[in-house]
Design a protein around this ligand. Structure first.
Ligand code: 5GP
Length: 191
């Protein structure tokens, strides 16, 4: 998606450890007009697919998912991150290793909001090693619901997540795929 790639070039900051900071428009200050264009593009890419719910993960996925939901006209559910040791009761849980912090945490979704009849589109801001996406996928599968696909704003294509998810047969749509990035050479996008 041209407008997103241009924005990454303009405002993205490359940090140590293969981290791209996009606080100016995606992760701290939010460019809602850009989010609307992204929502429209997700809708186009999943046109004709039955989707009853969008699932994302707190915190950064929520805003993108909410704007996208205006185009799909479905509710958004976000998985909550928790460090509670003994999670029991009416929730689905999964473990996710954080790319940016390296810690493992549990994510939970109430069973009330993911039903077997749901057709779920998963949305997130970044795809790196795929842990968040796989954790979210597990929640959907545990609910007996269907994963329709995954919509990602920025995929770092030089990390393993994209390959992993595509090989698992999930329709993965990333609006910008970065094939290489370094402070010296800048950012190279996949064509
Ligand atoms: P994964 O689980 O695919 O390894 O990492 C994806 C998650 O880590 C996303 O939810 C995102 O919040 C965070 N993340 C991974 N890489 C980056 C990055 O380069 N920049 C930012 N801002 N977040 C990232």
């Amino acid at each position: 998606m041209k407008v997103l790639k241009e924005r990454i070039i303009k405002d993205g900051k490359i940090r140590e450890g293969n981290v791209l900071k996009v606080d100016a428009f995606l992760n701290h200050q939010l460019d809602i007009e850009l989010f609307e264009q992204m929502g429209e593009e997700f809708k186009r890419r999943f046109e004709g697919k039955k989707i009853t719910k969008i699932l994302t993960i707190e915190a950064s996925g929520i805003a993108i998912a909410c704007i996208a939901a205006r185009y799909f006209k479905v509710p958004v559910v976000f998985a909550k991150k928790t460090q509670t040791k003994n999670i029991a009761g009416d929730v689905y849980t999964s473990k996710v290793e954080s790319f940016t912090h390296g810690k493992v945490y549990d994510i939970i979704v109430s069973k009330e909001f993911l039903r077997p009849e749901d057709h779920v589109l998963i949305i997130d801001d970044f795809l790196a090693n795929g842990k968040a996406l796989l954790g979210l996928t597990k929640l959907v599968q545990d609910a007996g619901a269907t994963v329709v696909g995954a919509g990602i704003a920025i995929e770092k294509g030089f990390q393993d997540g994209g390959k992993l998810i595509r090989e698992s047969g999930i329709q993965l749509e990333s609006l910008a795929i970065i094939d290489a990035m370094s402070v010296e050479e800048g950012i190279t996008f996949r064509k």
